[in-house]
Write a protein that binds this ligand. Sequence first.
Ligand SMILES: NC(=O)c1ccc[n+]([C@@H]2O[C@H](COP(=O)([O-])OP(=O)(O)OC[C@H]3O[C@@H](n4cnc5c(N)ncnc54)[C@H](OP(=O)(O)O)[C@@H]3O)[C@@H](O)[C@H]2O)c1
Length: 251
Amino acid sequence: MKDASGLPQSLLVLGGTSEIALATARRLIARRTRTVWLAGRPSPALEEAAAHLRTLGADVRTVAFDALDAESHETALGKVFAEGDVDMVLLAFGILGDQAYDEREPLNAVRVAQTNYTGAVSAGLVTARALQTQGHGSLVVFSSVAGERARRADFIYGSSKAGLDTFAQGLGDALHGTGVHVMVVRPGFVRSRRTAGLHQAPCATTPEEVATAVELGLRRRSETVWVPGALRVVMSALRHLPRAVYRRLPL
Ligand SMILES: NC(=O)c1ccc[n+]([C@@H]2O[C@H](COP(=O)([O-])OP(=O)(O)OC[C@H]3O[C@@H](n4cnc5c(N)ncnc54)[C@H](OP(=O)(O)O)[C@@H]3O)[C@@H](O)[C@H]2O)c1
């Protein structure tokens, strides 16, 4: 159960090897989280992540979860909720894809869209219903600044995040007043394994800074969190630039 701080005692991570999610889990374990479920595709990395969190004092279990297999979500995630209440679900899975390659290989682009968007629609609805049945909990969704406005460099990924972001906002409104809180987190470029070697965008951040922002958002019961916070202002200016000008920016 969450206490007055808004921080969870039990956490379910969808995308259990995500570097940003694991930084968030470490931070929450250092506060008051005692039980962690890491849901993900079975792999040594998933077991290693669980073993590491156990060394921090949490009771950690893994569960097989594939975002692309929507038909299995009800059963896979239902098992977790059947074991006890979950105070917070962190929807962290996602793939960046390779824009140039995916433009040439539409089926690859579809995989990005299905993982980031339709996979999240299914997992989001399944977990939201379980949280609603409990009558409490937070669903924290990792969207991206890339979903705010299309960029030539990553519009396949960006469009999947735009869909996810809109879905999560609407779900938050649908659940308003039920005791379930939905928080959309929009990080900018995060320096991590996944972005190593990519051109570093301005306002770059780290998994630990995202984790700090998630904790603060939970304490404040925020609906939207930008990381870093300055991106909110930057994006509100960029959103209104004429296309012809925006297109020429080195973003
Ligand atoms: N890094 C950034 O710059 C950045 C910026 C803004 C937003 N975000 C978003 O933040 C979230 C976490 O990013 P990250 O940097 O921590 O990424 P990451 O370390 O690459 O982790 C991605 C996670 O997604 C999982 N995943 C991919 N396909 C899956 C599938 N079909 N089923 C289940 N899990 C699947 C991966 O599992 P496997 O181990 O099985 O591959 C991994 O756990 C993502 O949604 C990302 O889009 C990241």
